[in-house]
Design a protein around this ligand. Structure first.
Ligand SMILES: [Fe+2]
Length: 249
């Protein structure tokens, strides 16, 4: 009786068994290397930082140094006043609120300049007096109490639009966890936004307004590129803010 591998017509010798095992080993090592490379690709810098108030995301420059035609919009701090569960709403001024109405709009695109539809933009700002509906980060809010907060979805052309008011300025409260070093700093007027989309790196950032004297003294705004001009020629003021997102490779 002959000990042969009938599928390949080769004798099943000790030497062949060694080369089969060696081949399996190489295949396994290759698969591990491929998995590691895949994992490495997926660990883009924007994914490695939890959006906690204590982390200055502006320092995350790696993602923005990638050789792309457009530079991705830079991150900014989440801040302590974000609240989960905002409703889809493009007019986020609550009934009876005072303030200068502002229409903010723009296009969300990738670093190749292609519009990105179906990006969820979570947007929030203070009222005209610099007061958020959330008085402290741990406070529970009923959804009906959400003020100046809303979710937007970019259309087929990557466009979004929201109607809010020009936010007031506020001092960073004392003893705010993660912000102790900035106790009493007067923040410039700003709007927060955060993106969520299946295919691009999440972005958390803020928008500031050109000419605001507080920008130079604010530890985050002073480093920001997200400073937009206000068009004050009509009753409703307008501002444009385009967003550039990094796609997952
Ligand atoms: Fe804020």
């Amino acid at each position: 009786m002959c000990d042969t591998d009938h599928d390949h017509g080769k004798p099943f010798t000790l030497e062949n068994r060694r080369s089969i095992l060696l081949g399996l080993g190489i295949a396994f090592a290759g698969s591990v290397a491929a998995s590691a490379a895949h994992a490495g690709r997926m660990r883009l810098p924007g994914m490695t930082f939890a959006p906690t108030p204590g982390i200055d995301l502006i320092a995350d420059t790696t993602a923005h140094a990638l050789p792309q035609p457009l530079v991705a919009t830079r991150n900014d701090i989440l801040g302590p006043f974000w609240r989960a569960g905002a409703p889809f709403k493009s007019k986020i001024i609550p009934a009876g609120a005072k303030g200068q109405v502002l229409q903010l709009s723009g296009t969300v695109m990738d670093t190749d300049g292609k519009p990105v539809p179906d990006v969820i933009i979570d947007i929030w700002n203070s009222d005209a007096d610099g007061v958020y509906d959330l008085k402290n980060p741990g406070q529970a809010l009923d959804p009906s109490e959400f003020k100046f907060r809303g979710l937007l979805r970019t259309d087929a052309a990557g466009r979004y639009e929201v109607e809010t008011v020009v936010p007031g300025k506020y001092k960073i409260p004392g003893k705010l966890p993660g912000f102790e070093a900035y106790d009493g700093v007067l923040r410039p007027s700003h709007i927060h936004l955060m993106t969520s989309h299946n295919g691009t790196v999440p972005l958390i950032t803020q928008i500031y307004f050109a000419g605001d004297p507080e920008i130079a003294n604010d530890p985050w705004a002073a480093k920001s590129k997200n400073i937009v001009a206000l068009d004050t020629t009509a009753a409703t003021w307008r501002a444009t803010f385009d967003v550039v997102l990094l796609r997952f490779a």
